[in-house]
Design a protein around this ligand. Structure first.
Ligand code: ADP
Ligand code: ZN
Length: 735
């Protein structure tokens, strides 16, 4: 018998250690990567065995036995476990919580890899039933029967049924009684995701695309590539060729995208061009659907996996290529719990698996650009739009001179008219949803504020509500000032107000607003985007949701209503962000053969940022910004980690960070700057006071060495019990 009888188990609790158990009595130790059910305190928990050991810090009598082994074969491979550990080490986050993030919910809860589910299916009698007659008496039953008829003999599992017909349970009873449907338990097995359709041919690559493709193909094994190309320059065509190579070798491809809901075009393009049905992974899947996708990826039967950030954890035994599209997008960084960057983890994973990774963007982050300068990554440039479309013309409108109404200046309104008359489509961009960002009293100047946050309430006129966009609090819209009783008025513009103003002026045209309020309902984003794409909507009004990756063939004018918020931002990334958001939204204009125009409204037309952006484009802005960062020693020239704390009392939030600071200082680490604690830029949110401590170093190893020993120390501090705290490695928001 081997001496390594002790199981090192990762349990999903916020403690950065593994827990020791003995195998269930009479069993040999479950292999690493398998789940076990273990006693934890007074509860039972599902954990994952991450290693075996021959001894423990605990005395033998104190080591408890696992209750059961849940998998006869490991769920996670050695590579998967490596990745979990890497993530836990790099982000200084408890390994049990990393494992939990890597597993689909059903597996986390201890369900079988191939769970049986309750299925409802139509019977022969049901096939023969007169649905039309039924629909008169019992429309719900008829609807359900119709769905089951379409599904055929394999039926529909109850979870999916709940998705499509929320109140199916009431309708199913009489159908069961009539013998029209039957209910049984089944193990839903993987369907083969091959689409069978022949692959559609693509355009012949231009020279730039070809050079980029050759450069990536040439180098075997790991390589990180930045595909730096303006919107429409044909980056996706390059990905497609690489994917075809890899799929042809029967290997897997992982594509990470910012938001699935916003990329239906990409998904359908992949499936038509590669004749493989992509396996989609995103947060809105049902638990069962997610498990299916995960299982198919793990078995290697899913070849092409397209997903949002958490898809980076999907087991991929035969992975041959990773693509991160729109590498600059913030949604790749998780901002709560395990605060990881899916892009950065994908790079680490590609390196470990010795495969290429391609990062695509028209507005690459300075981090990635700097890696290209130092030679870690290779930059491949696609300088012009493929298919002959020309770049759009930029024009500034000086808000301090031009007359405006509801935030729209005369020159912008004129341009809208002009483009609409020429049968063009118009996009009006404002990164602020709601009707107005402020409700102000016209007599005393009192502003409606959130009672739980240091922020103003946004006016949502349609629902007659005031809402806080930071904590979700809402209340009835005040008619009168709560301070003095005088009349109040909404101040400033949100997308709803722009929509109303445009409807007033362009009543004959179809106007579509796209922001997270207008797209709450399932499927509504797809519908709105399809309208926009077909050119059926004449004016699109929206937030950055509209700026991502879409191709609107008819779009010729982009109006940016208020770009000034970003000009004077306090974050060192403000300039980079502003340039990214403007270039991204501008990239929607003139994607086919018509000349595009971009109008930017600003109260500061003389600000040098604008000339730099208009004359030199993103390349100039980013290169200036890199020089400035080097001088001021901000990332990517230094590394950051942020320790955040939040508590009901401000003093507790600070006291915890004071202790953290002391624990860091006693280590006497060289080349480490510790800034704070200070209040977070929004000092109070959802009723909690927030403070932060910033760690900065030019030496990544030094920074990580500090955090290594800091995390377990802080977990044991009594002051930690009064706060919510977290460590954010490579933060992208400094609050
Ligand atoms: P990106 O991913 O950089 O936004 P796409 O790959 O989507 O660019 O290409 C933009 C448009 O140009 C698409 O309609 C695509 O079919 C077309 N296109 C791409 N490459 C070529 C090419 N070499 N010749 C002709 N059309 C091309
Ligand atoms: Zn609030």
């Amino acid at each position: 018998m081997s001496g390594s009888r002790i199981l090192k188990v990762a349990v999903s609790v916020p403690l950065s250690r593994e827990f020791d158990y003995l195998p269930p009595s009479g069993e040999s130790p479950a292999a690493p990567g398998s789940r076990v059910l273990v006693p934890f305190g007074r509860r039972q928990q599902v954990g994952v065995v991450v290693a075996h050991a021959s001894d423990s810090d605990l005395p033998a009598s104190k080591i408890r036995r696992a209750i059961a082994t849940l998998d006869d074969k490991p769920l996670l491979s050695a590579d998967d476990l490596w990745f979990v550990r890497f993530t836990s080490d790099y982000y200084h986050h408890p390994i049990g919580e990393v494992v939990a993030a890597a597993l689909p919910a059903l597996l986390r809860q201890g369900k079988a890899l191939h769970p049986t589910v309750t299925v409802i299916a139509i019977t022969d009698a049901g096939e023969g039933a007169d649905v039309e007659a039924l629909s008169k008496r019992a429309p719900r039953q008829a609807e359900l029967l119709e769905i089951l008829r379409d599904a055929g003999g394999n039926g529909v599992d109850v979870e999916s049924l709940t998705e499509s017909v929320p109140n199916w349970r009431r309708a199913v009873k009489p159908l069961l009684e009539k013998g029209f449907v039957t209910r049984f338990e089944a193990s839903m097995d993987a369907t083969d995701p091959a689409s069978g359709e022949p692959a559609a041919p693509g355009p012949e690559l231009n020279d730039h695309q070809r050079r980029a493709l050759d450069a990536i193909r040439e180098q075997p094994g790991f390589g990180a590539y930045l595909l730096d190309g303006v919107t429409g320059s044909g980056k996706t065509e390059v990905y497609l060729r690489l994917m075809r190579d890899v799929l042809g070798d029967n290997e897997q491809v992982l594509v990470l995208v910012p938001e699935i809901g916003l990329t239906p075009q990409l998904v359908s393009r992949l499936s038509s061009r590669l004749s493989v049905e992509p396996t989609i992974l995103h947060s809105r899947l049902t638990d069962l659907a997610r498990l299916h996708a995960w299982r198919n990826a793990r078995s290697g039967s899913a070849k092409l996996i397209v997903g949002t950030r958490s898809a980076v954890f999907t087991p991929l035994p035969d992975v041959g290529l990773i693509v991160v599209d729109e590498e600059h997008d913030h949604s790749f960084k998780q901002q709560e719990g395990l605060r990881y960057s899916a892009r950065d983890l994908a790079i680490a994973r590609a390196k470990h698996c010795n495969i290429p990774i391609v990062l695509g963007s028209a507005t690459p982050t300075l981090e990635v650009l700097q890696h290209c300068r130092t030679g870690n990554f290779r930059r491949l440039v696609l300088p012009e739009r493929a298919g002959g479309a020309r770049p759009p013309n930029f024009r500034l409108v000086d808000l301090s001179r031009a007359a405006t109404s509801d935030g729209l200046s005369e020159p912008l309104l004129d341009a809208i008219k002009r483009h609409l008359c020429a049968d063009g489509q118009v996009l009006i961009f404002l990164n602020r949803r709601g009707f107005a960002p402020t409700l102000i009293c016209s007599s005393c100047g009192h502003v409606a504020e959130c009672s739980r946050c240091d922020s103003r309430m946004t006016v949502h006129a349609r629902d007659r509500q005031l809402r806080c966009h930071h904590c979700g609090a809402h209340r009835l819209l005040d008619e009168l000032c709560s301070a003095c009783g005088a009349a109040v008025k909404p101040l400033g513009e949100g997308t709803q107000r722009l929509e109303d103003a445009l409807r007033g002026r362009f009543a004959a045209y179809r106007i579509e607003r796209i922001d997270s309020d207008s797209t709450q309902k399932k499927g509504s984003i797809d519908q709105a985007l399809a309208l926009a794409e077909r050119g059926d909507a004449d004016i699109l009004v929206g937030t950055q949701m509209l700026s991502k990756g879409h191709h609107f063939p008819k779009l010729t004018l982009v109006g940016i209503v208020n770009a000034d918020q970003g000009l004077f931002g306090t974050d060192f990334r403000s300039g980079e962000r502003l340039a990214q958001s403007i270039i991204q939204v501008a990239g929607r204009a003139g994607r086919e053969n018509r000349q595009g125009e971009v109008i930017i409204q600003t109260a500061y037309p003389a600000n040098p940022f604008w000339q730099c952006l208009i004359d030199g484009g993103y390349a100039q802005v980013s290169s200036d910004a890199l020089a400035e960062r080097e001088e001021t020693r901000w990332p990517p020239f230094t590394r950051l980690a942020l320790i955040r704390s939040a508590a009901h009392r401000q003093i507790d939030a600070h006291a915890f960070l004071d202790i953290a600071r002391q624990r860091i200082e006693v280590q006497h680490i060289q080349h480490l700057r510790v800034l704070g604690p200070v209040n977070a830029p929004m000092a109070r949110k959802a009723g909690r006071y927030r403070a932060q401590l910033l760690l900065q170093s030019s030496d990544r190893k030094a920074l990580h060495a500090v955090l290594n020993s800091l995390r377990p120390t802080l977990e044991n501090e009594p002051a930690a019990r009064k706060v919510r705290w977290s460590i954010d490695v490579d933060p992208i928001e400094l609050f």
